[in-house]
Design a protein around this ligand. Structure first.
Ligand code: 6GU
Length: 233
């Protein structure tokens, strides 16, 4: 899988060198390239934003630098890419969405700042036959300063679903929100020692009775989901 990310803060994407995503890159399962939008600005101040038509507060990112940056990525790509635009005005990004993203050969994330990107950019790339489509996603009901943190979230959620990225021991099958687990949250987990600061690990987990353990875990997950996320039941 290839992922390109365009931002005016390319250093914001440095965490993609670490941990799960960094290891997937080192293993050759993933090709990540980060680009500075300002490299595609046309004036000497390297401007990427301007005042909104119709008035109002804040600034809007201009179509021209975005068009130049995205066309340069397409010229260098093998497959028709999907354009992913993180925005609080987008469709909800959830686990099924992550699974869909993980199935695509090439993703390009356009990280906006300010009041967002001129709407003609999404419209243009949705109509381009050499792009697979345009996807506008929000990661939750709160407002971030820009799309970079949301892109980090979406990339990590998708990359861990690429075959070979997770080891067998850490398989995604029984995650909270995975299809196999149903829409339940996962319950509490414990490791050694069996007693820590007067707190003991639940006896059933030390019993070796796999049937009782599975039933106990299922009940704790059900309780927790009811308490914390009744909307998922
Ligand atoms: Cl994708 N972007 C921004 N700026 N804020 C958000 C978001 C995205 N999702 C939730 N809030």
């Amino acid at each position: 899988m290839r992922i390109d990310i365009v931002s005016i803060f390319p250093q914001y994407l440095a965490p993609l060198e670490l941990s799960l995503v960094g290891k997937a890159r080192d293993a050759g399962l993933l090709d990540v390239r980060v680009h500075d939008l300002r490299d595609h600005a046309t004036d000497k101040h390297r401007s990427v934003d301007d005042t909104p038509y119709g008035g109002g507060p804040g600034m809007v990112m201009m179509a021209e630098p975005w068009g130049a940056a995205l066309d340069a990525i397409r010229a260098d790509a093998k497959a028709d890419p999907w354009l992913v635009i993180p925005t609080p005005s987008g469709y909800r990004f959830d686990q099924p969405t992550a699974t869909t993203l993980a199935s695509h050969e090439h993703l390009v994330f356009a990280c906006g700042r300010y009041e967002g990107i001129d709407a003609r950019v999404a419209e243009h790339y949705a109509a381009r036959s050499d792009w697979a489509g345009v996807l506008e996603y929000s990661i939750g009901d709160y407002v971030l300063g820009g799309g970079e943190a949301a892109a980090l979230v979406m990339v990590e959620a998708a990359v861990r679903l690429i075959p070979g990225v997770l080891g067998n021991a850490e398989s995604a099958a029984d995650d909270s929100f995975s299809k196999e687990a149903g829409p339940a949250l996962e319950g509490p987990v414990f490791t050694k020692p069996p007693k820590w600061r007067e707190l003991e690990v639940p006896e059933v987990l030390l019993s070796g009775d796999h049937g009782r353990i599975a039933a106990w875990r299922k009940e704790r997950a059900r309780e927790r989901t009811q308490q914390r996320r009744p909307d998922l039941t």
